[in-house]
Design a protein around this ligand. Sequence first.
Ligand SMILES: [Zn+2]
Length: 61
Amino acid sequence: MSELNRCAYCRTERPANEMKSGKIIFRDRHPMTRKAIVNSKTNQYCADKPCHGHDQMAHEG
Ligand SMILES: [Zn+2]
């Protein structure tokens, strides 16, 4: 059995060798101070589709 990762954008489950990790930067609030901060996280995306770029765009604005 091969391990499947789920794309953070399109939710497709694919083998790890068809995925790539992508960093997303998004606006957030500090949990203690409630001040606006810039946060980031690393997700898994389809390596052959522009899922990473679409997800980053979805987090902007
Ligand atoms: Zn995808």
